[in-house]
Design a protein around this ligand. Structure first.
Ligand code: M6R
Length: 614
């Protein structure tokens, strides 16, 4: 969380920082700020405001600054409420060093206490201001910023990344990374640093992903990296980013979320082209023979992730059990990592994450590696920390997802996990070749089916118009569509702020049925499946209590259509593939309800796209 960007070079830094922050705002939007050294006056300017970037931009209209070095920040509050005082950048007591920060300095209180005893005054409640003042206290003793940072970070606990400079040396940025993402962008006569490559794409595609404990010194012409782990100056090789910058624009859609929903058929198509070879074999370019050999020995699988990615893991787990016949458990990362998991080299731990930076999932990965398990990351963001640290990675290739509510990344995770399960089934010989062939034939039709469901979206709009003022929704599903119920409920609550609860339909009688009356909408996910009749019984029970039934079924289910107040159908597909379609009307429903309530769809309150704190 928090977006950070730094620039040093021949351009005016201010517009570069603002453009970068526009791309990073999805990481947090409680406040925004920049700091730079005015080229003419040599003075340090810090301009920051509470609220979204737009407010800072307006404020910047009052200034004319020409600067060739600067840092910018967009905040997701951890220590201290969203306010101007707590906004970054923070400056040390001498007024020389400006710093932006992503993450948490866990022992900030102890350091703050010690600094206060030395008469350092604090203006904010943040851990960041403590960090910059600790650096400042060492800098005052010996004016080498690099040495001061090196010494200070050695005393700080927690996970964080920094970008900073001193007005004494307005040609040099210092950056430091511990766990939280930081990438350097390479230019000609200019260089950049950011928490996310999207901020760099307008300027460069050549990047260096820093490793943990890297401390880099960046000027317009040079980048030097010192590894605190290796205690040596080291070389890190640049990589080229292949993302299309236009994918990170709205392209005429009112919201990123809507645009990303409409990209889903294309995402599916790309995955299928990449993963299914002409001879019908499933292929993962990043899984080599050696790793395949390790996969053959696997006796148990754990799917570990958070939020939407957790729901994708649940569907993956159903497929892994059903087709590859391997015991498979799903757990949220935060529970897994503190649950003293019992693991050995025959365990495969699959970490599923869009951003590849989620703190709990990263910690779960490290825990799994420590315990000797085989780790496989299923990640969207190329080069992210989890992608780099796992034993192997499979990229989901959804392209940049900017809307905080995950949509196309979910579809990409589902498709990838289903293919992974079929792949495991193939190498374990638990599925006959003809059955797999038939399944993949159906899979290849999914982009077309997905486009059809999207086209019929207008119907979902009308249903949302009927119900958008309600404050409570219940979502029910079974089998591989129980996770769809959870995902539908999560989408609605995160962007519309209505209470929505996902439940396994069979559990309804064990409690939630008490909620049902003539004002309770129940969204029932009941496509053609093994448990269809059971879903129908659940729906009868809801109707008997006067509840409102909104059903997602399969084309031709006349009985279900008659029973429902609103009915949306998906094309007939094998049950295991149905979650790729049933979730789409639920995304639309959530989107429309949020819009009708005037919510900020792409940047819902209190949330951030990538949760890099525990
Ligand atoms: O980047 P990750 O996939 O690890 O993120 C996990 C969750 O934070 C994320 O899916 C979150 O639940 C989304 N806002 C849901 O739409």
């Amino acid at each position: 969380m928090c977006g950070i960007v730094g620039y040093v070079g021949y351009r005016n830094a201010v517009p570069v920082l603002i453009k970068g922050l526009e791309k990073l705002e999805y990481r947090g939007y409680d406040s925004a700020g920049i700091a730079c050294v005015d080229h003419q006056k040599g003075s340090l300017s810090v301009i920051k405001e509470k609220g979204k970037l737009g407010i800072l931009k307006e404020k910047l209209g009052d200034f004319t600054i020409e600067a060739h070095i600067g840092i910018g920040h967009t905040r997701w509050a951890t220590h201290g409420e969203p306010s101007r005082a707590n906004a970054h950048p923070h400056v040390d007591a001498s007024g020389k060093i400006a710093l932006i920060h992503n993450g948490i300095i866990e022992n900030y209180a102890v350091i703050k206490n010690a600094l206060q005893k030395k008469k350092v005054r604090f203006l904010s409640q943040t851990d960041t201001e403590v960090g910059v003042n600790l650096i400042g206290s060492y800098y005052r003793k010996s004016p080498k910023l690099f040495d001061a940072v090196k010494r200070a970070v050695g005393e700080m606990h927690g996970f964080f990344s920094f970008v900073l400079f001193s007005k004494d040396d307005p040609d040099t940025l210092i950056v430091y990374k511990r766990s939280n993402p930081l990438v350097i962008g390479l230019g000609h006569g200019e260089n950049f640093a950011a928490s996310d490559v999207t901020a760099l794409l307008p300027y460069t595609r050549q990047v260096i992903y820093l490793e943990d404990e890297d401390l880099a010194v960046i000027t317009a012409k040079e980048i030097s990296i010192y590894s605190l782990k290796e205690k040596a100056w080291i070389k890190r090789h640049p990589s080229t980013v292949h993302w299309d910058a236009s994918q990170a624009q709205k392209q005429g859609f009112p919201h990123f979320m809507l645009k990303e929903m409409y990209e889903q058929p294309e995402v599916l198509k790309n995955i299928l082209i990449k993963r299914i070879q002409k001879n019908g074999e499933i292929f993962f370019d990043t899984v080599d023979r050696k790793f395949q050999k390790r996969l053959r020995k696997i006796k148990r699988v754990s799917m570990i992730s958070c939020g939407t990615a957790y729901h994708a893991g649940m569907v993956g787990s159903v497929a892994m059990g059903k087709y590859a016949r391997i015991p498979c458990q799903t757990e949220v990362s935060s529970e897994f990592r503190y649950g003293t998991p019992i693991l050995n080299p025959k365990d495969l731990v699959v970490l599923i994450t869009q951003s590849g930076e989620t703190a709990d999932t990263l910690a779960a990965l490290r825990e799994a590696k420590d315990k000797g398990a085989v780790t496989l990351a299923v990640v969207n963001v190329v080069g992210s920390t989890i992608a780099r640290e796992a034993d192997a990675v499979i990229y989901t290739h959804a392209g940049p997802e900017i809307g905080v509510a995950s949509t196309k990344a979910y579809i990409a995770q589902l498709a990838t996990l289903l293919l992974l399960s079929f792949y495991m089934a193939r190498i374990r010989k638990t599925i006959p070749a003809t059955d797999l062939k038939a399944l993949l034939r159906e899979f290849k039709k999914m982009p077309e089916h997905c486009a059809k469901v999207l086209k019929e979206s207008k119907k979902f709009d009308r249903c949302a118009e009927k119900h958008y003022t309600r404050r409570n929704f219940l979502y029910l599903g079974r089998g591989c569509n129980y996770p769809t119920a959870l995902e539908g409920a999560l989408k609605l609550k995160e962007i519309s702020y209505a209470h929505a609860h996902g439940y396994a339909a069979g559990e309804m009688k064990h409690g939630p049925i008490a909620l049902i009356d003539h004002e309770q909408p129940v969204i029932c996910i009941a496509p053609d499946s093994l448990t269809y009749d059971k879903m129908i019984s659940n729906i009868q029970e809801i109707l008997a209590r006067d509840g409102i039934v909104i059903a997602i079924g399969t084309e031709g289910q006349k009985d279900l259509e008659k029973m429902s107040d609103d009915f949306f159908s998906i094309p007939k597909v094998p049950e295991i593939l149905s979650p790729l379609l049933t979730v789409i009307p639920l995304q639309f429903f959530a989107y429309k309800v949020a819009v009708l309530n005037g919510r900020d769809v792409d940047q819902p309150r209190n949330l951030a796209k990538s949760v890099t704190v525990e």
